[in-house]
Write a protein that binds this ligand. Structure first.
Ligand code: HEM
Length: 510
């Protein structure tokens, strides 16, 4: 080894000092980006940028604070830094509409990290971009038509009845409060497991089943995973060299095997089922008859089928379970609203032979309002992300959003904005009466996103939440246990909003 000063320690110190100086200069230079663009910005700090410690505090909640700050200063947008990545937070509703919908062609992608070589399961509809996304989205959209949803409805009800029975047993055998999110995660795992893979997950009988284990792993962010995500956000090429994956290997292997085995079984035994997987199998069959797979989203390979089944599972189970959990939290703390929803459920069911059906659920208007208001106050997704794919001159502003710039919208920011919502902290489902909804600006309430990249599973997700709530509320009264830590604090280690310490409820049979 060559020594420059004759002492290894002095050499090491000199090299370390030089590296720290270069890194410091790089941070400082990068943190001038918004100043150079003449865009107002939130002051960054090394090493996390505008965010305080993202390992300790939820990023979505912090960005809501930036939204408020920008709004109070009259800014229509402002620059922030996610660690080293300059990101434009847009606040003005007209600009939000341009980015998400009207000028969508400039903002088609989310800029998610994809690594096709090491992580094909991570190359799903949520993550991919460009023409591949466009083709695949067009292919998968018919999966969620009313007809297809109706054909899956009975599966949801069957899972709902298992949920109902589980709580009933709990009420009679032990009077302890329950961590409701865990229970609803079993329900939604059963629903999505059945609808996305055609499998009976039996989560209530076996809470440690592989589906629950890997499902939990998708949404928890360990320190190592958090660090990897920071690296791939700022340096995606380095992520690829390091072989960093979005979907952990054991999770990907598990879902790959499940899909491959199920497809092989169905093809061999000519089994057809009314579920998402069957629709993907049919798409693949049509493709095989039509043209070869070119990896352009026009046709489906087995790997792509696995990736899409995975994202339906991943995007579907946690979001729906958390939304239902928060709805029950609000109903437990607002007993008069709980009574009103229950009265509606009973009345509507009485008109439908006491059957929970696609039509009866759709007739429960006030229940829909309760869910809308829950998703305003406690949306499980807190941000919408896009990346600009060609320079975009913002109409009426002295601003060009440069190609490659990340753009975010704070769902919570607009949903708590006093300009659009009176007493925004208050839970009030009457805000979503049919009359009021007519005059609502849809960009003030975006729990499922907006525009061509909005949630593809919105109707399925809502159906699941409604079935879960109907099954529980028609049979039980819920109230909040003292075990729930108040005020609710959102966990920093979960991708979707989740209360630290859980939400604990007492159920009482009616
Ligand atoms: C209450 C339940 C749900 C909530 C709150 C929710 C929320 C969201 C949000 C906020 C987005 C991003 C939209 C945007 O960027 O504009 C999204 C995208 C997505 N969601 Fe959902 N979701 C739910 C249920 C589901 C279900 C049940 C599925 C599938 C079965 C699903 C599949 C997806 C997919 C595939 C995308 C990406 C769409 C694309 O990029 O084309 N979601 N969801």
């Amino acid at each position: 080894m060559v020594l420059y000063t004759g002492s290894f320690c002095v050499d090491l110190l000199a090299v370390t000092t030089a590296l720290v100086a270069v890194a410091y200069a790089y941070f400082k230079w990068t943190y001038q980006y918004w100043k150079r663009q003449n865009v107002p910005y939130i002051e960054p700090r090394i090493p996390f940028g505008s965010l305080r410690n993202p390992f300790a505090e939820s990023g979505g909640e912090q960005i809501m604070e930036f939204y408020k700050e920008a709004k109070s200063k009259g800014w229509k947008y402002c620059g922030i830094y996610s660690v080293l990545t300059p990101t434009l937070l847009i606040v003005d509703l007209d600009l939000i509409k341009l980015v998400l919908s009207k000028d969508f062609q400039y903002f088609t992608d989310r800029g998610a990290y994809v690594n096709e070589r090491d992580d094909p399961v991570g190359c799903h509809l949520f993550a991919i971009g460009g023409s591949k996304w466009r083709n695949l989205r067009a292919k998968l959209t018919p999966t969620f038509t009313s007809g297809k949803l109706k054909s899956m409805f009975q599966t949801l009800v069957d899972c709902g009845l298992v949920l109902e029975k589980y709580i009933e047993q709990n009420v009679t055998t032990n009077k302890e409060p329950v961590d409701i999110k865990n229970i609803l995660a079993c329900f939604s795992t059963d629903v999505i497991g059945s609808c996305a893979f055609g499998l009976n997950c039996n989560s209530f009988k076996d809470p440690n089943s592989a589906f629950r284990k890997y499902g939990n792993k998708i949404f928890s962010i360990s320190k190592l995973r958090g660090l990897q995500m920071m690296i791939v956000t700022s340096f995606p090429s380095m992520g690829k060299v390091l072989g960093i994956r979005q979907v952990p290997k054991d999770v990907a292997d598990f879902f790959t095997k499940v899909v491959q085995d199920t497809v092989t079984y169905r093809e061999k035994n000519n089994v057809m089922r009314k579920d998402f997987l069957q629709l993907l199998i049919d798409l693949r069959r049509d493709d095989e008859a039509g043209h070869e797979n070119k990896g352009d989203g026009n046709s489906l390979s087995m790997e792509e089928m696995v990736a899409q089944s995975f994202v339906f599972f991943a995007a579907g189970f946690e979001t729906s379970a958390s939304t239902t959990t928060f709805a029950l939290f609000e109903l437990a703390t607002h007993p008069e609203i709980q009574d009103r929803v229950r009265a509606e459920i009973n009345e509507v069911l009485a008109q439908h032979d006491n059957q929970i059906s696609y039509d009866s659920i759709n007739d429960m208007k006030y229940l829909g309002q309760v869910i809308d208001e829950t998703m305003r106050l406690r949306s499980v997704a807190r941000l919408l992300r896009r990346v600009c794919n060609k320079d975009y001159k913002v109409p009426g502003e002295d601003l060009v959003i440069e190609k490659g710039t990340r753009v975010i919208v704070s769902i919570r920011g607009t949903q708590y904005d006093e300009e659009y919502w009176e007493n925004p902290q208050e839970f009030n489902p009457d805000r979503f009466s049919e009359e009021k909804k007519k005059n609502m600006n849809q960009y003030t309430h975006m729990p499922f996103g907006q525009g061509p990249r909005a949630c593809i599973g919105e109707r399925f997700g809502l159906m699941q939440v409604k079935v879960g709530l109907t099954c529980l509320l028609r049979k039980f009264k819920v109230n909040l246990s003292e075990k729930t830590k108040l005020p609710l604090k959102m966990s920093a280690s979960s991708v979707v909003a989740s209360a630290e310490g859980g939400i604990w409820l007492n159920f009482e049979k009616i």
